[in-house]
Design a protein around this ligand. Structure first.
Ligand code: ZN
Length: 286
């Protein structure tokens, strides 16, 4: 249970997660709170939908004759970025299964079967509508899917929730089929994001060069070396390899003083005697 994010906090959280956020005119005060006399929140999770259509951003903002807008908090275009449409209560979840709501609140998994519609989901859930026909043939471009993951992760991160606070509409309301992708896969992607800083960009990691890896390994080795010089700790698996790599990269990685201090380290000497070949010892002595 959490107080809904303010408009400013929502914007900041989404941008920190790497999203290009577009703001629909009037979104900050567009909601169903006054009309229904029910205030949005406390919130317990985020809900994923597909729109079952195309070019439906304005429908999601304005609503339909039978259902006033906003129909979601965020609308995610196929190629049109993420749009904020509402702030407060939105008509997206409808009547949902209270058992599932409780499971989301407690972050238990797997979620129970949604076989009742006894709870107002619009009280407690943020909602995103993803522009897609939802027929199983209309693809979700990788960029669009990634933005949906980022939207969910940003809100979970802001509230201190895990991926277990994320559900698909089809998991909370009997008869719903959206979204038309596997929610366990989606939640795993949210969990992966939450295990990293919000600025994490997994696609960029494809461009990591061998030089980057050497630098990262060297930085890790220097940290190990400094720990040993400070007289602390026991060598762990891989430490010797890292130290050897750092020594091999000398002087780019280690200063002379560090190498000398390392050579004088009784902890390392002990470990070398016990576990390492004479080559490394000789290298240290030079
Ligand atoms: Zn839905």
């Amino acid at each position: 249970m959490a107080t809904p994010l303010t408009a400013d906090r929502m914007l900041a959280a989404l941008r920190a997660e790497g999203l290009t956020v577009r703001e629909h005119t009037g979104w900050r005060t567009h909601n169903r709170d006054t009309a229904t006399g029910k205030t949005f929140g406390p919130v317990i999770g985020v809900l994923i939908h597909h729109t079952a259509g195309h070019n439906d951003r304005e429908v999601c903002f304005n609503g339909r004759p039978d259902l006033p807008g906003p129909l979601c908090h965020a609308w995610l275009g196929k190629t049109d970025d993420l749009w904020l449409l509402g702030n407060g209560r939105a008509n997206h979840a409808g009547s949902v299964d209270g058992d599932v709501v409780h499971a989301l609140m407690a972050e238990t998994s797997p979620l129970p079967t949604d076989d009742e519609a006894d709870t107002d989901g619009n009280d407690v859930l943020y909602g995103i509508e993803i522009e897609n026909l939802g027929d199983g043939r209309d693809p979700y471009p990788a960029g669009q899917y990634d933005q949906a993951v980022r939207w969910a992760a940003a809100i979970c991160r802001a509230h201190g929730w895990s991926e277990k606070s994320v559900a698909g509409h089809k998991e909370v309301q009997p008869g719903k089929i959206d979204p038309s992708f596997d929610m366990n896969v989606f939640r795993a992607a949210v969990a992966a994001r939450l295990a990293h800083a919000p600025s994490w960009n997994p696609n960029e990691e494809d461009d990591v060069t061998p030089e980057d890896i050497t630098k990262i390994a060297a930085a890790s080795a220097v940290a190990t070396v400094n720990k040993l010089i400070a007289g602390g700790g026991v060598l762990e698996g891989g430490d010797i390899t890292r130290i050897a790599a750092a020594i091999a990269a000398k002087p780019a990685v280690l200063t002379d003083a560090q190498v000398q201090a390392l050579a004088a380290s009784p902890v390392l000497a002990e470990n070398i005697a016990a576990r390492v070949d004479a080559k490394l010892a000789a290298r240290l002595a030079n």
